[in-house]
Design a protein around this ligand. Structure first.
Ligand SMILES: Cc1cc2nc3c(=O)[nH]c(=O)nc-3n(C[C@H](O)[C@H](O)[C@H](O)COP(=O)(O)OP(=O)(O)OC[C@H]3O[C@@H](n4cnc5c(N)ncnc54)[C@H](O)[C@@H]3O)c2cc1C
Ligand code: FES
Ligand code: FES
Length: 1496
């Protein structure tokens, strides 16, 4: 093995090169280059593996292990989670433990001596693990890309819950929800609720009577319990009382003997239950769903378990044939139903049948290891002595612990460590021993081995704190910080040493260690042990006093003597509570003498300076003062302001917020420490942080319109495949011979002339085959666009946004291609950038658009007159930020040229096969009929793959044509976020007039969306925005003008809702402003202005008698107990100074169809019935997790009268369906469903004579076989075009105008929140959603869409913020900086229901609905309802502002207040307007600019 050539430029001067220094060690000590491990029970030896590989790289290189996914590569999404099975070193028995880890970060060397379990190792479609089965059956998987990772995190939890010795299984709701086992996993589709419900089915396992009891109140704060109680109360009121039950849909064994009674009375008061029961309701109709654990699940013959046989070739065979049940190609888990109530059966969970720890690993003795190449080499010492020797010989060798910092540097900062040393197997570094109880009593410090994994440290802190109580407050503070430190997968492997040595200014552990006076022990060869006090350890940004040749070995945390009057507490504020790095993090320690005078104090902050920093001025100001005096508090606050006086443009931004937090956290500590030290007169409300209880929630599962197949809760047909990792996405497809990988060359500037591009250095790199750019195709072929062709595939002369594609390198492997792409040298001449809407308006930088809506007096340009008729007029400017799609599967494509006639198979993760085909055809010069664009499934789309997916297939096609070799590309997460556009940030400048009775009379607005550098669909997004600006309210005179801004950011695009959420958000903002301005109740104002049947929208669509918003509001108010809770919120707010609650209920109306893109409102389908009765179904829709394939199969099965699992859809392909519209606009089911029906109708018509002849008992198979013998065409091409629609812009003629939308999907939601006014943190206490979905084709799938969209909307309006730096670099380009909701962000009580009855309890009919099976599109409409959380937060903060004497809304003008979206913790905290905010205010100096820019 050759050793790396040292990089002399960056290495410190040394006498010896790496080769000279390290070769003797390799010869003497590191003689093995074999990693010995087990993978899924199979012994595996990796001899000298690729040193650049992480565990994930290795796993994904194995053809049979594609279930583990790459979602982000930075430890932020959990898609790559695998489980390490290892001996439990802390147990004196022979026990094993299961560690969920992020394979994308974990160093491959670290698996030596361990058993790696991947998703494939626990079950398969044929023999699923109960977890896989239950998640699938309870609808916990939609697109499925996150699913294997989530299954593996839960698998670790479930396995760790069982003690094989005592045979006891202990798993509680608390373990599942509150202990952070799932905080490292993200799901963008489901809204998490069904996953939690599936997990909770495990806590009801009684395992032959061995279910262990939940320990009561263990180490839980009173606040924790208080919150849990309140949430339980909310749940009880909503009819979901759980009383320690598992929360499973059907209730659980812990619900007590009165279960059946309580369940029926429960559901009577729920949102889900019709106000009046229909007469036919049978007893069990009250029960939301029946779940049973069965060894052998029963089959529902109408849905699955079909008996169709192998093809029969002759009449004779047919008559006498025994039916042979063939293996079905669908993997739909069975799901029956009784009287419209789903029946779900599970196999039993038997822990003793689980994968065991390989016997030979018990005896495994780790040996020093070394492997690598001349570019990179890995060492794995096993003793401290070996490590010290190595570091002495080669000080710049990179130590690697959990790699959670190092691997991020390698992947995203392109750090290249030639020599890496894995230290986590060094016994002395990884094992902390807790002293005996007697020793602890007198211990002055606790000594931690430096690389002890953080979860182990958490347990140690908990254990010692439980023993020592207040003496160990430092450990409790550390535990608290660790609980919200990264995700569980990272905590399982990351170390304190890694955190300390990184010296990040926002480290969570360092403030605690500093405040406590911790000393670090380091070792090197020359000096032996060196003591390094933490308070002096950090000297500058990411610079410490650790000598380069030293290793951190131990961390000595002091423990005060018993009786010392000392308190130490830690706090952290981040954008998201779970798995997020801090904005500000702090630890404070104070010691008092017997007179309450401060003897010592230490206030340490992270996030306020380039290093973690103590406040020296505060120390001076506080020592010697009486702690309990408010003057002392004041002196502390004043001193902090001096020590942490951030400038407006501080790196990282948020100067005001960070300063305010500095004060708020100290304020909290002062109260908390005073209470802890026995001071009586303390405002306890200032102490309580936001605590989350265990979530609960329900769906109204009873479906009165259920048919044989349609209307049933059939799980997503790929769910089980997704749960077992067998579902294939583009990057999982088998490698083709001679396949190459693309690596994109991206612009480093936001706006610049390209002076030169030098790709020669890239071509010289290993594995590189070639390079393409604008010169590889003609100028005309280089231009594309979804609606208007205005965008080059490859930048031509100029770059117009950061991340624009300049070229593509292709190489033998993805890693080589990406490395080579980075080596391409581009010289730029920078130009000024336009980023924000305001800048675009000022620079008059717009795309031509010119669409507007005029109604009433606006038609005659008399809006002045309309406003003159109003009693009150309000004006305002409202902004709403964009949103990253964050589908878990990034854009990916695979192009396979066939070598003949220019034909290509183009696989792409796209919602739009037709456009992919069209543009591949353009760039290759081959007609469309030779390009087969295909997609089997996407790992999420949400609109982001409607158009922006197209270029990637085109790049590959150009290269594939050139090289005549298959080409593949999958974007890294940061590339995807840079390149592929987002939801449009939008701004509205509005004016609204009302009568004195509060009736809307005039509305005028200019609305601007930030399109980015090209148009994409920005104009259409604006059209939908202005046609939803009315939401559900009638205004007689309206003038709305849409503008599309051209800026230097990526091209913004379709995103679930497509401008409608923005439009409706503006409408509701107007409502609040009017209510506040007029001093009226906003709910009354809403009711007063709701559309009535027969009224006209601003685009002259008549509200027909399917108008159900008033009904929805009425029923939801009742089921959510709205009025009572509104009063309770007011009461709570009157009594609380530092916490406020808010509640709101909002409606929505969402138009279905492709609006004025009339040609897209068409669809095709192809139904092919085979002689064995099986059916192959093609349609133009694509599957992105929304369950379209499942619904289409249901429609097909229903229409043909055949069992569901006789229908199969393989993929969507342009060779099967020509000219398919993109799957978008929530119209996938409407359009394709009708086309499928049309094809089925044709076949049914042809079969009708045979059906009549053979009688009603003849099976479909028999009829079909007879038809085949009769030479009847059993294939049919269906087609449908949406009737009625066809609005033309500007048409105001009520006689001739055509509707823009086919119908409206309507809904309402009610949310209640609680806000911590000191930090801006919040929790959603409860949300209730009610949707009018028509007759749902599949309620399970529709509920999935409703809950998932709601949570996505909640993220949009409260959490997700895209930010740019001043020079136009996207700052939020990964899960580290861009936060989407996680498991613990969902409402604590989360109920969803469907509108089925009118207020008199009569079954609803939709008189104007002409859709397939009278269903309604549901993908997008519920998203806006997530804004109910925003408006509830606004209400809460409004109350706080009132309390603080601040203005509370009322439009533009002096003192007016507005809260822009998203309502981040920062915005909420600064809006409170208290004295701390005032004191912390950062004054902007002349010309000073913020560090980060929001571009709305
Ligand atoms: C998704 C994600 C979320 C995160 N969230 C948080 C968070 O909430 N709070 C927070 O504070 N941090 C967070 N981090 C940062 C990181 O996880 C921590 O800093 C962690 O403690 C690093 O430990 P490690 O063992 O993984 O370090 P590694 O990455 O292995 O090493 C980090 C540095 O420490 C050095 N090092 C390791 N061991 C030793 C030793 N014994 N002696 C000397 N030097 C050593 C390495 O050489 C390297 O320079 C997050 C990281 C990620 C990727
Ligand atoms: S891919 Fe590993 S955490 Fe996202
Ligand atoms: S199902 Fe979780 S991301 Fe799609």
């Amino acid at each position: 093995m050759a050793l790396p050539i040292p990089n002399t430029a960056s290495d410190p001067p040394r006498a010896l090169s790496a080769a000279e220094a390290l070769t003797p060690f390799i010869a003497s000590t590191y003689t093995s280059s074999d990693i010995n491990c087990y993978i899924n029970g199979r012994k595996t030896v990796l001899s000298n593996p690729n040193p650049h590989w992480t565990l994930l790289d290795f796993i994904r290189a194995q053809p049979n292990l594609k279930g583990t996914k790459l979602g982000c590569g930075e430890g932020g999404c959990g898609a790559c989670t695998v489980v390490l099975q290892v001996p439990d070193a802390r147990s004196d028995k022979r026990r094993i433990k299961h560690l969920a880890v992020n394979a994308c970060l974990f160093p491959l060397v670290g698996i030596d001596g361990k058993h790696v379990i991947t998703i494939e190792g626990i079950g398969s479609v044929d023999r699923p693990h109960p977890l896989q089965e239950r998640i699938a059956k309870l609808h916990g998987s939609q697109c499925g890309f996150c699913t294997p990772g989530i299954v593996m995190s839960l698998y670790a939890l479930v396995r760790n819950s069982y003690d094989p010795e005592s045979k006891k299984f202990h798993l509680s709701e608390r373990d599942i929800e509150l202990e952070g086992h799932l905080d490292g996993n993200l799901c963008r589709c489901t809204g998490y609720k069904p996953i939690l419900q599936a997990a909770k089915t495990f806590i009801i396992e009684d395992l032959k009577g061995q279910l262990a009891e939940e320990p009561k109140g263990e180490l839980r704060g009173t606040e924790d319990l208080k919150m849990e109680k309140e949430v339980a109360e909310l749940a009880r009121k909503s009819g979901k009382a759980s009383n320690m039950s598992c929360g499973r849909p059907g209730g659980c064994c812990r619900d007590g003997p009165a279960r059946s009674d309580s369940s029926s009375s429960d559901s009577k008061s729920t949102a889900s239950t019709p106000p009046t029961e229909p007469a036919s309701t049978s007893d069990d109709e009250h029960i939301p769903a029946i779940i049973e654990v069965k060894e052998k699940p029963e089959q529902d013959p109408s849905v699955s378990g079909t008996a169709y046989s192998k093809p029969m070739k002759s009449k004779e065979d047919a008559s006498g044939a025994t039916e042979i049940k063939t293996e079905t190609s669908l993997d739909a888990p069975t799901a029956g139903s009784k009287h419209g109530i789903p029946q779900v059966h599970f196999q039993e969970y038997i822990p003793d049948t689980e994968v065991i720890f390989p016997f030979s690993l018990w005896k495994y003795e780790p040996r020093p290891l070394c492997y690598g190449s001349e570019k990179k080499i890995w060492f794995r010492p096993t003793t401290l002595e070996q490590l010290v020797e190595l570091k002495d010989a080669y000080p710049s060798a990179k130590l690697v612990g959990g790699a959670s910092e190092v691997q991020v540097e390698v992947r995203f900062k392109n750090s290249d460590f030639a020599v890496s040393v894995y230290v986590s197997d060094v016994q002395e570094l990884k094992r902390t021993t807790i002293p005996s109880d007697a020793e602890l009593e007198s211990a002055k410090e606790l000594v931690i081995a430096a690389n002890t994994p953080l979860t182990e440290l958490e347990a140690i802190c908990k254990e010692v704190y439980a023993k020592l109580g207040k003496r160990a407050l430092v450990l409790e503070a550390l535990r608290k910080q660790l609980r919200y430190f990264a995700g569980r997968q990272i905590r399982n492997v990351a170390s304190l040493a890694g955190n300390i040595a990184t010296a990040s200014p926002i480290s969570d552990a360092n403030p605690v260690l500093m405040a406590s006076g911790t000393t670090l022990e380091a070792v090197n060869k020359t000096k032996g042990t060196i003591d390094l006090p933490m308070l002096k350890f950090f000297v500058a940004y990411r610079t410490t006093t650790l000598p380069p040749d030293a290793i951190l070995s131990r961390i000595r945390i002091p423990l005060p003597e018993a009786g010392t009057r000392e308190v130490l507490k830690a706090y952290k504020q981040a954008k998201r509570k779970d798995d997020d790095i801090a904005i500000v993090t702090a630890a404070f320690r104070v010691r008092l003498d017997s007179q309450d005078v401060v003897e010592d104090v230490c206030l340490v902050y992270g996030g306020m300076a380039p290093t973690t920093k103590e406040s020296p001025k505060a120390k001076n100001a506080l020592i010697g003062k009486s702690w309990f005096s408010s003057n002392t508090l004041d002196a502390g606050l004043a001193a902090l302001l001096e020590d942490f006086d951030l400038p407006y443009g501080v790196p990282g931004g948020m100067a005001d917020y960070r300063k305010t937090l500095t004060l708020s956290l100290f304020f909290r500590f002062w109260h908390e420490s005073a209470a802890e030290l026995g001071h009586k007169d303390v405002d306890s409300q200032a102490i309580d942080e936001i605590h989350r209880g265990i979530s609960t929630g329900d769906r109204d599962n009873y479906n009165p319109t259920e048919q044989r197949v349609v209307g049933k809760q059939v799980p997503h047909l790929s769910a089980l495949k997704q749960c077992t990792g067998e579902a294939e996405y583009i990057d999982d497809m088998p490698r083709f011979e001679r396949e190459l990988f693309g690596g994109l060359v991206l612009s480093a500037k936001a706006h610049a002339n390209i002076i030169s591009v030098d790709w020669e250095p890239a071509l010289e790199m290993p594995g590189v085959v070639g390079y393409i750019d604008k010169n590889s195709i003609s100028k005309e072929a280089n231009i594309w666009g979804s609606i208007k062709k205005d965008e080059p595939f490859f930048a031509d002369g100029k770059v117009l946004h950061h991340g624009q594609v300049i070229g593509m390198v292709y190489a033998e492997s993805a890693l080589e291609a990406q490395a080579a792409a980075r080596a391409v040298k581009v010289v730029y001449e920078e130009l000024p950038v336009i980023l924000t809407i305001d800048e675009a308006i000022e620079a008059n930088s717009f795309f031509v658009h010119g669409k507007n809506l005029k109604k009433g007096l606006a038609i005659d340009d008399k809006m002045d007159e309309a406003f003159a008729q109003c009693d009150r007029v309000f004006e305002g400017q409202t902004r709403m930020g964009g949103q990253e799609h964050f589908y878990l599967e990034t854009n990916a494509a695979l192009v396979i040229p066939s070598g003949e006639d220019g034909h290509m198979e183009v696989w792409s993760s796209t919602q739009n096969c037709m456009e992919t085909q069209e543009f591949v055809s353009q760039v290759t010069g081959v007609p469309s009929n030779r390009i087969n664009a295909r997609v089997k499934r996407m790992g999420g789309g949400f609109g982001g793959k409607e158009s922006r997916s197209v270029p990637f297939a085109c790049y590959l096609a150009i290269a594939a044509k050139k090289e005549k070799r298959p080409m593949r590309l999958m974007l890294n997460r940061d590339e995807d976020m840079l390149l592929s556009g987002q939801r449009h940030p939008i701004q509205a400048r509005w004016k609204v007039g009302v009568t004195k009775e509060g009736k809307l009379h005039a509305l005028e607005a200019d609305i601007y969306d930030n399109a980015g550098f090209s148009q994409d669909m920005s104009g259409a997004v604006m059209d939908r925005c202005i046609t939803h600006f009315d939401n559900s309210y009638e205004t007689p005179n309206v003038y709305l003008r849409g503008h599309v801004c051209r800026t230097n950011i990526h091209s913004n695009t379709a995103f679930r809702g497509f401008g409608a959420p923005q439009g409706m958000y503006f409408a509701e903002t107007l409502m609040y402003n009017i209510a506040e301005g007029m001093g009226v109740d906003v709910d009354e104002l809403r009711l007063k202005n709701l559309y009535k049947v027969g009224e006209w929208t601003p685009f002259f669509q008549k509200i027909d008698d399917d108008w159900h918003v008033p009904l929805l509001l009425h029923q939801l108010k009742r089921s959510a107990d709205y009025e009572k809770r509104k009063a309770a919120v007011a009461d709570f707010n009157a009594k609380n100074r530092w916490k406020k609650r808010g509640i709101c209920i909002i409606p929505s109306k969402f138009g279905l169809s492709f609006a004025t893109a009339l040609h897209l409102n068409q669809a095709g389908a192809y139904v092919k019935v085979y002689a064995d009765g099986s059916v192959l179904l093609h349609h133009g829709g694509t599957e992105m997790g929304q369950g379209l394939y499942t619904k289409m199969c249901q429609i097909c099965a229903q229409e043909l009268g055949t069992p569901l699992d006789s229908i199969f859809t393989h993929d969507s392909s342009t060779y099967q369906i020509a000219n398919a519209s993109p799957t978008a606009a929530s119209s996938g089911s409407d359009l394709n469903g009708m086309a499928v029906k049309n094809a089925c109708d044709q076949i049914n018509e042809r079969l009708a004579p045979l059906r009549e002849k053979m009688g009603k008992d003849a099976s479909f198979r028999d009829i079909v076989h007879a038809a085949y013998l009769d030479r009847i065409n059993l294939a049919a091409n269906g087609f449908w075009k949406m009737p009625r629609v066809g609005y033309t812009w500007g048409d105001t003629n009520l006689e001739t105008v055509k509707p823009m939308y086919y119908y409206f999907t309507q809904g309402a939601a009610c949310s209640e929140v609680e806000v911590d006014l000191l930090t801006g943190d919040h929790t959603v206490l409860r949300s209730d959603i009610m949707m009018d979905t028509g007759n749902s084709i599949n309620p399970a799938i529709d509920y999935g869409q409703i809950e998932g969209a709601f949570i996505q909307g909640q993220g949009l309006f409260t959490l997700e913020e895209t930010l740019w730096t001043r020079n136009g670099q996207l700052f939020t380009k990964g899960p580290g900086t861009y936060k989407i909701p996680g498991f613990s962000d969902i409402p604590q009580v989360f109920n969803a229901s469907m509108l089925r009855y009118d207020n008199e309890g009569n079954k609803l009919n939709w008189n104007h609905l002409r859709s397939v099976q009278s269903s309604k599109g549901i993908g997008e409409p519920p998203l806006f309802l997530g804004s109910s959380v925003f408006f509830a937060l606004r209400e809460a903060v409004k109350d706080a502002r009132r309390m603080n004497g601040k203005s509370v809304g009322g439009g533009r003008g002096q003192g007016a207040w507005k809260l822009d979206s998203p309502a981040t913790a920062e915005r909420l905290r600064l809006a409170v307007g208290d004295d701390l905010v005032r004191r912390a205010e950062v004054r902007r100096k002349e010309g000073e600019q913020g560090f980060l820019v929001a571009v709305a």
